[in-house]
Design a protein around this ligand. Sequence first.
Ligand code: G3H
Ligand code: 13P
Ligand code: ZN
Length: 335
Amino acid sequence: MVDYKKIGLVNTRKMFAKAVDGGYAIPAFNFNNMEQMQAIIMAAVETKSPVIMQVSRGARDYANQTLLRYMAEGAVEYAKELGCKHPEIVLHLDHGDSFETCKSCIDMGFSSVMIDGSSLPYDENVAMTKKVVEYAHQFDVTVEGELGVLAGVEDEVSSAESHYTKPEEVIDFVTKTGVDSLAISIGTSHGAYKFTPEQCTIDPETGRLVPPPLAFDVLEAIEKKLPGFPIVLHGSSSVPQEHVETINTNGGALKAAVGIPEEQLRKASKSAVCKINIDSDSRLAMTAAVRKHLAENPSHFDPRQYLKPARESMKQMYIHKIKNVLGSDNKLIEQ
Ligand code: G3H
Ligand code: 13P
Ligand code: ZN
């Protein structure tokens, strides 16, 4: 049993309370490799922001859960080396699918876990989430639950259309399970294709697709039921069109990729939404930089030559999100 506090990680409790009070959101960035981890930490240190580094099932399959956990321990030391005396870094399991997965992460030093029972019947979601909370809280590990189903792919749980969170269920769910935060469905979805072209309108000036707005009425109804309770938004990449265009002009084929407009995420960050999940934007930033570098430098074959600009591009994207969208810069408890 590893105590996450001994390796310098923190849970989400204090940082969420401060974020809800302060009207900003904590970034939750997925990581799968060293370059993403370095970019996340460099961005968090440079902006003096708390940060959640999250590990998905795909990341565990790709990079190995144990290795990722040791990378997070390294991340704490790296942040200190970069000049941050009191880093606030959460190591979070993203979309945990069972009690056993959550337990194994808690036992090896994760400071926060998500148990995603959103595809299960309501009572089964409650029972599984409650079991994880009871285990996690013994070790002061915080737990995120989910109600409502996002469109698209929730790791391996796919659903053809989104089912918004029902505001009438949230009090019962939070009370029965004891979760520390709640992921909700208000129209976001995972990946780089969040809306079909038919669901969008066209901006006459740029010719780009403009997606429909998120269901802020559902968010407001949930906030009324649970005043001050930490709410989480998954599927919150904006799919920057400049990265999509760089990919497409350098041999890629991403057609009609569209995300959540940043002004909507800015608005959500000012509400009880205090954790915003971003993964696809990092993938796009990395791939655009790699494609561009290799197209411009066909003789290069040392991975460091193309991963360096890829890491820098991800870092700039993370800094932009922190400062200009979520507003979590300069929010460390001890600066
Ligand atoms: O929730 C989905 C995340 O973007 C992680 O996806 O399982 O492919 O790493 P992944
Ligand atoms: P995006 O695919 O929009 O980046 O969402 C990531 C996410 O929700 C991870 O849990
Ligand atoms: Zn997610």
